[in-house]
Design a binder for this molecule. Structure first.
Ligand code: FAD
Ligand code: MLT
Ligand code: ZN
Length: 486
């Protein structure tokens, strides 16, 4: 599916010409420009889900903040539309062009700037890959306060631009708390620098917060300063099986009380998500004895292995004794620990391996959270569109998993192909369902293109008007990431 059938090109934007190209060639090296070659541009024009495809003819890779500033200044004066792009792992069609927007890739702006091993403050360029940042910090005994399945490709700037949540938000909190400062280039080329900010700084509005989660619509993030905690010395991972969604909630409640300060992740996965991962990895599930309706992944992180082991074992012993947990496994070494995480982190890949996936990333009060997966499957079944085995049906199944510790469900509808028929059954049904439970239509992936027409399900008209005001103030010509949610 291209998304150009849903929106018209805005003719106010200039079409790229030879003169523009000559200007960019005058400020950048040849290896910082990809133009006109469809094959070389293909990766940057298409999103991770292979659901949306743009038609940009030009990609620029600035190496310095000053180059970003020169590019934007020129684009703003000439009304050339621009889409900022990090690792292109975003899941709402926000990181790629819709029409012929210039792709501004941050991938060559990728230097670690500094690390203070007393305060734990880490500063880097936006284009540093998340895993590279975390490996650097590991060598210093520290950890990046955010982790997610796309860590090998996504950028530090990209996760800040989306305000990604990830696997350990329950422990380290949101980027709105851990990011201390940003360097941002505004649409007109102005460089705003708050990288020197301190842990505490109440001098007026906290402007950086506006850019965290702004999805490339307000400015281009070029540098990030973030507070990193000490790397835990002892880490345990357990995967548990339970018989109902009620039991998932019960285990969560108990884990918070009994594991308290050492709990660092609490993820849940339904049975079908694990069957799909099993097919994808071509492996048997670590809990081999039987198949269960729900699985839970618990991670603990602390400073004293013996203390943590004892706490976790007591907790699991009690949970099995009182019959809530039916089966379980605790990783015995680093390899097993990684492999247990794989059963969680590979769900996104596994759920789209048969052709595609419709993704809904939602916050819903815990008691109703899994109800959305059941409602989606019922709706798809009633329309005769779903069958796990029958390849003549477009939908394989709707699966549910996610960061239950944060009240965040991922509803992934695994499909054999993208189709209007399936989309019509799911939308606006899913958004109406979420609204009826007073949830949010985007917990952590943002709105991008996918949810541009649905923002009103989670924001009031007054809030939407304020968002538009801010956008207009920072980007009066609307050159930054157009056709998306603002
Ligand atoms: P991109 O995809 O390139 O861009 C995302 C958005 O940010 C776009 O709107 C783009 O215009 C903008 N942008 C990017 N860089 C900049 C910049 N420097 N300045 C201004 N705007 C910019 N998300 C979660 O929250 N939690 C998860 O657990 C999680 N798991 C994931 C697992 C997988 C396998 C995948 C593929 C994705 C996952 N995501 C998750 C989605 C998540 O949004 C991205 O992985 C990440 O936040 C995007 O980073 P990126 O560098 O790839 O940005
Ligand atoms: C995850 O938590 O794995 C991602 O945010 C979910 C997704 O791919 O939908
Ligand atoms: Zn997630």
């Amino acid at each position: 599916e291209t998304y150009a059938d849903k929106v018209q090109r805005n003719q106010a934007y200039k079409k790229l010409d030879e003169g523009d190209l000559a200007y960019f060639q005058s400020i950048l090296e040849p290896n910082q420009i990809i133009s006109n070659n469809e094959d070389d541009l293909a990766f940057y024009n298409e999103d991770w889900m292979r659901k949306y495809r743009g038609q940009s003819k030009l990609l620029l890779k600035p190496k310095t903040t000053e180059q970003v500033s020169e590019i934007l200044k020129y684009c703003n004066s000439n009304k050339l539309a621009v889409v900022p792009q990090g690792g292109n792992t975003g899941l709402v069609g926000g990181s790629i062009p819709v029409f012929d927007e210039i792709i501004l890739s941050l991938s060559s702006l990728n230097k670690i700037r500094s690390f203070d091993n007393v305060s734990g403050i880490f500063k880097c360029d936006a284009g540093v890959i998340l895993e590279t940042a975390d490996q650097y910090l590991a060598e210093q005994g520290y950890i990046f306060p955010l982790d997610l399945g796309a860590k090998g490709s996504c950028h530090v700037g990209g996760v800040v631009a989306t305000n990604a949540g990830g696997l350990r938000l329950i422990r380290y909190g949101s980027l709105h708390g851990t990011v201390l400062g940003l360097e941002v280039v505004l649409a007109d080329g102005t460089i705003v620098n708050s990288l020197d900010s301190l842990r505490k700084d109440n001098t007026g509005y906290d402007l950086k917060q506006l850019f965290i989660g702004s999805e490339g619509s307000l400015g281009v993030i070029t540098g990030v300063s973030i507070l990193c905690p000490a790397r835990p010395q002892a880490v345990n991972v357990a995967v548990l099986a339970v018989d109902s969604y009620e039991s998932v909630q019960k285990v969560f409640n108990d884990a918070r009380k009994e594991l308290s300060e050492i709990l660092s992740a609490f993820e849940f996965m339904d049975e079908t998500s694990q069957i799909l991962v099993s097919k994808y990895l071509k492996l048997d599930h670590p809990i081999e004895s039987d198949s269960y309706p729900f699985y839970i992944l618990i991670e603990t992180s602390g400073s004293n292995k013996e203390h943590d082991d004892e706490k976790l074992e007591t907790f699991l012993g009690n949970a099995m004794e009182n019959g809530i947990v039916l089966d379980g496994i605790i990783a015995q070494d680093e390899t097993q620990l990684r492999s247990l995480w794989n059963w969680r982190e590979n769900i996104p890949e596994a759920s789209q391996m048969q052709g595609g996936v419709y993704k809904y990333d939602v916050s819903i009060p815990l008691k109703d959270l899994y109800g959305l997966v059941e409602a989606a499957n019922e709706k798809l079944e009633a329309a005769g569109l779903v069958d796990f085995e029958d390849i003549s049906k477009p939908v394989v199944k709707a699966v549910g998993y996610g960061h239950i510790g944060d009240g965040n469900l991922h509803l992934n509808v695994a499909v054999r192909k993208y189709s209007k028929e399936v989309e019509k059954v799911l939308e606006p049904f899913v958004y109406e369902w979420i609204q009826s439970k007073k949830g949010s239509i985007s917990a952590e992936h943002g709105l991008g293109f996918q949810k541009k027409n649905y923002i009103q399900y989670s924001k009031s008209p007054v809030e939407i008007a304020l968002i538009k005001d801010i956008k207009h103030h920072y980007d009066p010509n609307g050159i930054l990431n157009p056709y998306k949610y603002v």
